[in-house]
Design a protein around this ligand. Structure first.
Ligand code: ADP
Length: 626
C-alpha cells in the first residue's frame, strides 16, 4: 500500500491537552530554549528503550545500533529537526502519546493555573510542570513527527499546529527511529544559528551518554565543501566523572533532565561505593514538592543503570518510601545485565544498595539542616510530613530520621522550631520523658489545661499539629532512651494525698454515676488553673479519635476517658459541699455535666449536645444576675 493513497486522518487532542497547549503558546515564557532539552531527552529515552528491549534479542535492532541523536538545521525551510534511531512510534503510540497527556492530575493542575490567572497572577507554567514534547509549540507553529517503530513494516506521519487537532497518516521511513521537525515561528528563527544551538546542546545535554551530532560544512582547499558530522556533547555521564569535574550548573541541569522538575534541586550527593560491590550514586533533594506528588500519580525510585545501560527509570527497590521525593541515578558494576526487571527487584544486591543510599541521603539531609538551617526550615515544610513516615517503616534508622524533624513546642516562639536533641539538652533535672501533645492548631494546644503542670515545672511540651504526627510518634516511641509521652494521658506518678482522696470520695462517686461517658472520675495534682480535664487511658488518643472521625472511620473505638478534677478549684470545692449536704441535689448533675462539656471543649473535641450546654450556662447566668 502506498502511503500517498491514504488520506490523512484528523483527530482531536484531548481536552486537557488543548488547555495546556493554549497555555504553552500564550505563555510569555522567557526560557524557550528548554524545548531542545525536552526533545533530546525524549530521543535519548527512545534509544534507551530499544537498547533495553534488545538486550536478549539483538536481531530486533536490524543492525541499526550506531546510537545517535542528530540535529538538522534547514535555513531555507525554516525547520529544526531532532532525529533519533531509538524505538520509534507506532501509529497507535503516536495517537496515544502525542495526543493526550498521560500524566494524571493534569486537570487538577490546570484548574489551579486557571485560578492563578483569574487572580491576576501570571502562572509559571514551565516552572511547575514539565510539558515535554509539547514545549516544541513554544517555538514552532507546526510540528511534524515522522517515525517507524521497531518490528513494524510501516511508518507514521503525525502533524499538528498545536491548535486542537492533529493529523495522522502512514509514511515510508526505511530506517527505524523518529524525526521531530519543528517549523519555527517567524520570531524564533534564532534557533537556526548553529552556534546558538551548539551552546544550548552543551548546556543541557553534555552529560548525555548518547552522542548529539550536527552536520557542519567546511570549506576545503580548492573551494570544495565537505560535510562532517560533529559530536557536540562530551558524553561523560555526570555520575561517571569525578565530583570536581562537574560544575553546580551541570548537576542542576542533569537533575532537570531526570526529574521533570524545572526548579533547581535543594541539594545533591555524589559518591562511589566500593567494597562488597561497586556502584555510583548521584541523588538530589528537590526544593519543592514535585508536581505529581501534589496532583495525582507520582512515579518514584532511582534510575538504575547497570554498566551504563539504563535498566529502569523508576526503581522503587532502591529507595525507602519515606524518601520517595529523592531523584537520582545508581549505576551498578556488579548487578547482572541479562536479567528481567522482576527478578532484578528481588536481587539481594539491590537491597544492599538501598541500605547504603538511604544512609547517605539521611546524612545529607542532616548536613542540610546543620549547614543551611533557614533553607532547611522551608524544605522541611515541603517534605517533613513524608519523612515522618520513616520511623514506622525503617526501624533501624528511626532515630536518625527523628533527628531531622523540626517541632514546635510550648517554649519555641510561633514559627520557630526545636528538635528532639535540643529538647533533651534543655530538659530540667528530674524530667524522665519527652512530652508532647497532639491536636489541630498550636493555639489550641498552647491553651490546653494539660499544659499547666508542665509549665509549672519548667518542662517543655512538643506541640504536634501535623496529622501524620500521631502515626510517627507511636512508631518512634522513644528517643535516646527517653520515652515519648502524651501530655493528655493519665500518669501513674500523679500523686494526690490519701487524705485528699478520702475527702472527695463521695463527690467522685456521685459524678461518676452521673457521667456514663467517662470510665472514671479522679483527683489530680496536675491542674493549676482549670477545674477539670480529660485524660485518655486506652490505645487511642483524643486527637487520633478526631482524625479517624474526620476520615469517616468512627469504628466505635472511642478513646477511654478519665475526668480528672482539681480539688483546689473553687468550683470543685463547691460541688463537694453540695454532695455533702444533699446527694440528691439536681445541681450536682447539671454542674458535673457542664464541667465535663468544658473539658471536652478544652481538649479540642466536639461537645455531643451543644444546645443543652448553652442552655445550662444561660440558666447559670440568669441566676448569677438575680
Ligand atoms: P514524557 O517524555 O514525559 O513521557 P513527552 O510529552 O515528552 O512526555 O512525550 C510523550 C511520549 O511520547 C513519550 O513518553 C514517548 O512515549 C513518546 N515519544 C516522544 N518522543 C519520542 C521519540 N523521539 N521516540 C519515541 N517516542 C517518543
Amino acid at each position: 500500500m502506498s502511503a500517498n493513497a491514504v488520506q490523512p486522518e484528523k483527530m482531536e487532542f484531548k481536552t486537557e491537552l488543548k488547555q495546556l497547549l493554549h497555555l504553552i503558546t500564550h505563555s510569555l515564557y522567557s526560557n524557550k530554549e528548554i524545548f531542545l532539552r525536552e526533545l533530546i531527552s525524549n530521543a535519548s529515552d527512545a534509544i534507551n528503550k530499544i537498547k533495553f528491549d534488545s538486550l536478549d534479542h539483538e536481531e530486533r535492532l536490524e543492525g541499526n545500533k550506531d546510537w545517535k541523536i542528530k540535529i538538522t538545521l534547514d535555513k531555507a525551510a525554516g525547520t529544526l529537526t531532532v532525529s533519533d534511531n531509538g524505538i520509534g512510534l507506532s501509529r497507535e503510540s503516536a495517537v496515544e502519546n502525542l495526543g493526550t497527556i498521560a500524566k494524571s492530575g493534569t486537570r487538577a493542575y490546570l484548574e489551579q493555573l486557571k485560578g492563578q490567572q483569574q487572580a491576576g497572577q501570571r502562572p509559571d507554567l514551565i516552572g511547575q510542570f514539565g510539558v515535554g514534547f509539547y514545549s516544541a509549540f513554544m517555538v514552532a507553529d507546526r510540528v511534524t513527527v515522522l517515525s517507524r517503530t521497531v518490528g513494524s513494516p510501516e511508518g507514521v506521519r503525525w502533524e499538528s499546529d498545536g491548535q486542537g487537532e492533529f493529523t495522522i497518516e502512514p509514511f515510508d521511513r526505511p530506517a527505524r527511529g523518529t524525526d521531530v521537525i519543528l517549523h519555527l515561528k517567524e520570531s524564533e528563527l534564532e534557533f537556526l544559528d548553529p552556534w546558538r544551538l551548539r551552546s544550548i546542546v552543551k548546556k543541557f545535554s553534555d552529560f548525555l551518554e548518547h552522542p548529539v551530532v550536527m552536520d557542519t560544512e567546511e570549506e576545503e582547499e580548492g573551494g570544495e565543501k565537505k560535510t562532517t558530522e560533529e559530536v557536540i556533547n562530551s558524553r561523560k555521564a555526570i555520575w561517571l566523572r569525578s565530583k570536581s569535574d562537574n560544575t553546580d550548573e551541570e548537576y542542576k541541569e542533569f537533575y532537570k533532565t531526570i526529574s521533570s522538575d524545572f526548579n533547581d534541586p535543594a541539594k545533591w550527593i555524589h559518591y562511589t561505593a566500593e567494597g562488597n560491590q561497586e556502584f555510583r550514586v548521584v541523588a538530589f533533594l528537590p526544593a519543592e514538592k514535585p508536581f505529581g506528588m501534589q496532583f495525582g500519580e507520582y512515579e518514584w525510585g532511582l534510575r538504575l543503570y547497570i554498566q551504563r545501560v539504563l535498566i529502569m527509570d523508576n526503581c522503587e527497590a532502591l529507595l525507602p518510601g519515606y524518601l520517595r521525593f529523592v531523584k537520582g541515578v545508581v549505576d551498578s558494576s556488579d548487578l547482572p545485565l541479562n536479567i528481567s526487571r522482576e527478578l532484578l527487584q528481588a536481587n539481594p544486591l539491590l537491597e544492599q544498595i538501598k541500605t547504603n543510599v538511604t544512609r547517605a541521603i539521611l546524612k545529607s539531609i542532616d548536613d542540610f539542616k546543620t549547614d543551611d538551617y533557614d533553607k532547611y526550615v522551608k524544605w522541611f515544610g515541603e517534605f517533613g510530613s513524608i519523612l515522618k513516615e520513616g520511623p514506622g517503616r525503617d526501624f533501624a534508622n528511626r532515630e536518625k530520621i527523628a533527628d531531622l524533624f523540626l517541632f514546635e513546642s510550648m517554649k519555641t516562639p510561633a514559627g520557630e522550631f526545636t528538635t528532639l536533641a535540643k529538647y533533651l539538652e534543655a530538659m530540667p533535672e528530674g524530667q524522665e520523658a519527652i512530652y508532647y501533645l497532639t491536636g489541630d492548631t498550636r493555639e489550641q494546644l498552647e491553651h490546653s489545661p494539660y499544659m499547666e503542670s508542665y509549665r509549672d515545672k519548667g518542662q517543655d511540651v512538643l506541640l504536634l499539629t501535623d496529622p501524620i504526627d500521631e502515626y510517627m510518634i507511636t512508631n518512634l516511641r522513644a528517643y535516646k532512651g527517653k520515652n515519648l509521652e502524651a501530655a493528655d494521658r493519665a500518669v501513674a506518678s500523679d500523686t494526690v494525698e490519701a487524705s485528699e482522696k478520702e475527702k472527695y470520695a463521695k463527690l467522685l462517686e456521685a459524678m461518676k454515676a452521673k457521667l456514663p461517658e467517662v470510665v472514671d472520675v479522679r483527683l489530680t495534682s496536675r491542674l493549676k488553673e482549670s477545674a477539670a480535664f480529660l485524660v485518655t487511658e486506652g490505645q487511642l488518643s483524643a486527637n487520633m479519635e478526631r482524625l479517624m472521625q474526620r476520615m469517616g472511620r468512627d469504628e466505635g473505638g472511642t478513646a477511654k476517658r478519665v475526668l480528672e478534677l482539681n480539688g483546689a478549684h473553687p468550683v470543685v470545692a463547691n460541688l463537694l459541699r453540695l454532695v455533702e449536704k444533699d446527694p440528691a441535689d439536681a445541681r450536682i448533675e447539671t454542674h458535673a455535666r457542664t464541667l465535663y462539656d468544658l473539658a471536652v471543649i478544652a481538649e479540642g473535641s466536639r461537645v455531643k449536645d451543644p444546645t443543652a450546654l448553652a442552655k445550662r450556662i444561660a440558666e447559670m447566668l440568669v441566676k448569677d444576675a438575680g
